[in-house]
Ligand binder design. Structure first.
Ligand code: ATP
Ligand code: MN
Length: 480
């Protein structure tokens, strides 16, 4: 058996000394020809390995370069240096993989996030990305734990779908047809998809919601957690072409139940990360503080990362209707002094992210849940309110991120649903299976979608969504 190592995190966590141990990992630095800082990704803290002068071959010492992979065995001893309780006094050091010091891109110095994005295959080996992806892992685990503990069923919805009716975003086409122009055509010159793999036109999913509703009307409480795809050409710090979404769907929930669930959920997973990833979050908080120092005073956030997370966990989200939000925005000095790029003139238009940020960051200074939007700017499946103008929708807006959750109570009344689909030119025959839930034992139900990367962004304080997913997909980028 080769792998008899102790994880560096576990080794450093204990005061225990004077025992033999083996560690394996990647060299971060090698100083004074005797001190190796070794990292294995279990923590940002490196273990110090002492290669006592004169005990090791010159040839071996030369190969202890940044990035090299080694196995070291020796005695764990109390450390004299500050910053660590123990270190490893090596008796044997084995090079598992050399790393050419001249060409290894991850030098032990500060690299820009842009540079690291171009080296996404190696950026895991930096402290920043070590912390980000350990926090991402913890959040993913916490999400499953939250729903599992509540008795929800984890549903895997399809990644390839035939319905393109939902209109959540532009779709990527999936086809096995040749793209050289030889694919069979219809009389009007369009591609004949009956000859395609599935016998019809298919796409990558933009959301698992419709399928989630089918399962909720049998299991009562379900959630999905999977990849979704949008071919939207939005080059923003909050949009990816491939992102992960969590979509709970709950029978017998109304809009208020839905808001309560979403708020409790967000608070739970943030708290989980704070309890389980303290070191990483402290590191990221420090990183953010240094980044903020580069910004002009007015753009700096008032709270540090940990303060912000604590604040979100400890305080109620502000709940108000779209109509109330429009009033606040219209009457704001910002609007009157024409500081918005899109001025708020009246009721009915969609809010731009500048408006969402104003509400969250300037007016309420806390997460906000907006409800009851005009039906014209929301999807066909949202439950129509009695006023005939609004639907039982909710968006959760978070400081620095904007929309983090979009959800609604669903329209469970068949006549109202089909009438709305007609008005919005959504072909009922394509969604016959969806409509059957309303035909056979329909029930009040509600759900929401939370963009996982936006949550990771919020918790880690990373400014760009491309830095919280291992291999980001965005326009003109799918290198790794
Ligand atoms: P936005 O207005 O920010 O584009 P949306 O209204 O298109 O969002 P929904 O269709 O409601 O978003 O999707 C649910 C959630 O998925 C959003 O609240 C957001 O957290 C996340 N999300 C949506 N689009 C993207 C994207 N392109 N990249 C990453 N996350 C996204
Ligand atoms: Mn969008």
């Amino acid at each position: 058996m080769f792998n008899k190592r102790i994880r560096i995190k576990d080794l450093l966590a204990s005061d225990k000394a004077n025992y033999e141990a083996t560690v394996m990992g990647w060299v971060r630095t090698f100083r004074n020809n005797q001190f190796i800082a070794l990292n294995d990704g279990s923590t940002n803290n490196n273990v110090q390995i002492v290669a006592t002068l004169g005990q090791f071959d010159e040839a071996l010492l030369k190969r202890l370069t940044t990035g090299a992979c080694i196995k070291a065995t020796g005695e764990v001893i109390p450390s004299l240096g500050k910053g660590q309780k123990v270190e490893l006094k090596a008796t044997t050091i084995e090079i598992l993989g050399d790393s050419d010091a001249e060409t290894f891109p991850m030098q032990p110095k500060k690299h820009s996030l842009e540079f690291l994005r171009e080296n996404a295959h190696l950026r895991f080996r930096t402290n920043t990305f070590g912390s980000v992806f350990r926090v991402r892992h913890a959040l993913a685990f916490a999400i499953h734990k939250f729903f599992n503990d509540k008795g929800f069923l984890y549903l895997h919805t399809p990644i390839i779908t035939a319905s393109d009716a939902e209109g959540a975003g532009e779709m990527f086409k999936v086809t096995a047809l040749p793209l050289d122009g030889t694919a069979a055509k219809n009389e009007d010159g369009s591609v004949n998809y009956t000859a395609d793999f599935f016998g019809r036109s298919t796409n990558l999913t933009v959301s698992g919601q419709l399928e989630g509703e089918l399962a909720a009307t049998a299991f009562s409480d379900i959630y999905t957690f999977g990849p979704t795809f949008r071919a939207e050409n939005s080059n923003t710090t909050r949009h990816l072409a491939e992102f992960w979404m969590i979509e709970p769907e709950v029978a017998f929930n109304d809009l208020e139940d839905n808001m309560n669930l979403a708020e409790a959920f967000i608070k739970y997973v943030i708290k989980y990360a704070m309890d389980n990833n303290k070191e990483d979050l402290e590191f990221l908080a420090q990183r953010l503080e240094e980044e903020e120092k580069q910004k002009p005073q007015i753009e700096r956030s008032e709270m540090g990362l940990l303060e912000k997370l604590n604040f979100v966990v400890d305080n109620d989200f502000e709940r108000l209707t779209y109509t109330e939000a429009i009033e606040i925005l219209k009457e704001s000095n910002h609007n009157k002094k024409k500081k918005f790029q899109y001025l708020i003139e009246g009721w009915g238009t969609d809010l731009q992210s500048e408006h969402e940020r104003y509400l969250v960051e300037k007016h309420f200074k806390k997460p906000v849940i907006l409800t009851d939007y005009p039906k014209e700017i929301k999807s066909f499946y949202m439950r129509q309110n009695d006023d005939g103008k609004t639907v039982a929708a909710m968006d959760i807006l978070a400081p620095g991120i904007g929309e983090i959750v979009g959800g609604s109570q669903r329209e469970e009344r068949m006549d109202k649903l089909t009438q709305r689909m007609e008005e919005m030119h959504i072909p009922a025959e394509e969604l016959w299976w969806y409509l059957e839930t309303r035909k056979f034992g329909t029930c009040p139900h509600a759900g929401f979608g939370l963009g996982f990367e936006r949550l990771v962004q919020f918790v880690t304080g990373m400014g760009n969504i491309r830095d919280v997913i291992p291999f980001p997909r965005y326009p003109k980028s799918a290198e790794f």
